[in-house]
Design a protein around this ligand. Structure first.
Ligand code: ATP
Length: 304
């Protein structure tokens, strides 16, 4: 059975269609990723799944239960790591966790034990008496994830958990997410980070303008859409651009243009011939990555 089942879900904010009819299933024990740029609709979708924003159309069930019917019960088995820090700045690290545990009616002594356990997992136990204002951005993010585990959730939802983190903290967070997955927790992860999606996700939905435009394992997405090599090039002269594009089109190449640079997808059927090479100033060749798949499918770069 699907842990999360999303059917024809729509989210409207007045004139903005943020989620435009999404269908997906997150199955038990997997890490399911939503990959998309700013504004793709990931957070809007997640906020409906966690029952903190009304659905404009369609339906969502978690563990088979409609989220509009049983939001409290569903939330009791769920952990949520929001994008923004909403820790209580007047409390210590430990107090933040203990107070949070009250939402789940966890007795105080038990809450303290669980708090120390999750602080240990995220290497924050030595800072348990620190005020939130004394923590670095990376520590706050680790604490947000630790806090989401206080009710021992079966499903953990993370909204861009490593944005803005230094590489060391990012790797620590990635390792811990792997640990949680190994413990059997089902994960839904929103990200704009291609490496994060590649390392952590079993399946990935690429979102663009409120829609899912591709859904598969990262490996399969790469095999299906990545081709064999990406040629980064510019037309030899600016006034030959249209001719170059026409030649690419005639030869059946897939390509994207970002800031005057062409990203041309070569595959086993198609590589640049001498005539085309003569028209191009080739800057770089690289092995396709998930980022290129994203670029090809959405026409946009994740870093844009
Ligand atoms: P980000 O990574 O920046 O959060 P996202 O993929 O999560 O991006 P959303 O935050 O879901 O995207 O935004 C989707 C669209 O909905 C955007 O056009 C955004 O401006 C709009 N939007 C989001 N929240 C609201 C709101 N509360 N009121 C009005 N429009 C909103």
């Amino acid at each position: 059975m699907s842990v999360i089942a999303v059917r024809d879900v729509v989210k409207r904010y007045e004139s903005i269609l943020a989620v435009a009819g999404v269908n997906l299933d997150v199955v038990e024990g997997e890490c399911f990723g939503l990959l998309g740029q700013n504004g793709a609709g990931k957070t809007s979708l997640v906020r409906m799944i966690i029952a903190s924003s009304p659905i404009s159309g369609g339906s969502i069930t978690v563990d088979g239960k409609d989220i509009t019917v049983a939001p409290r019960e569903i939330k009791s088995h769920m952990g949520v790591v929001p994008q923004e820090d909403n820790l209580d700045p007047d409390l210590t690290v430990l107090q933040n966790l203990i107070i949070f545990a009250r939402y789940f009616n966890i007795p105080k002594a038990e809450a303290r034990d669980r708090a120390l356990e999750v602080l240990q997992l995220f290497e924050l136990h030595e800072r348990q008496q620190a005020k939130i204002s004394e923590l670095s951005g990376g520590m706050k993010r680790r604490l947000l994830i630790a806090r989401a585990l206080i009710n021992r959730p079966r499903l953990l939802i993370l909204d861009e958990p490593t944005v803005g983190l230094d590489p060391q903290t990012k790797y620590l967070v990635w390792q811990r997410i792997v640990t949680l997955k190994e413990r059997g927790i089902t994960l839904l992860l929103c990200t704009q980070n291609m490496e994060e999606a590649w390392r952590l996700c079993d399946r990935l939905a690429i979102m663009c303008e409120g829609k899912i435009i591709a859904l598969d394992s990262p490996q399969e997405l790469l095999a299906q859409h990545g081709g064999s090599q990406i040629v980064e090039a510019r037309p030899g002269s600016e006034n030959r651009r249209d001719i170059v594009l026409e030649m690419l089109g005639e030869r059946g190449f897939e390509w994207q243009e970002i800031e005057n640079t062409l990203y041309i997808f070569e595959d086993h059927n198609r590589s640049l011939d001498d005539e085309l090479r003569a028209e191009l100033s080739i800057m770089n060749l690289h092995v396709p990555t998930l980022e290129d798949v994203f670029l090809k499918l959405t026409g946009r770069s994740l870093r844009e």
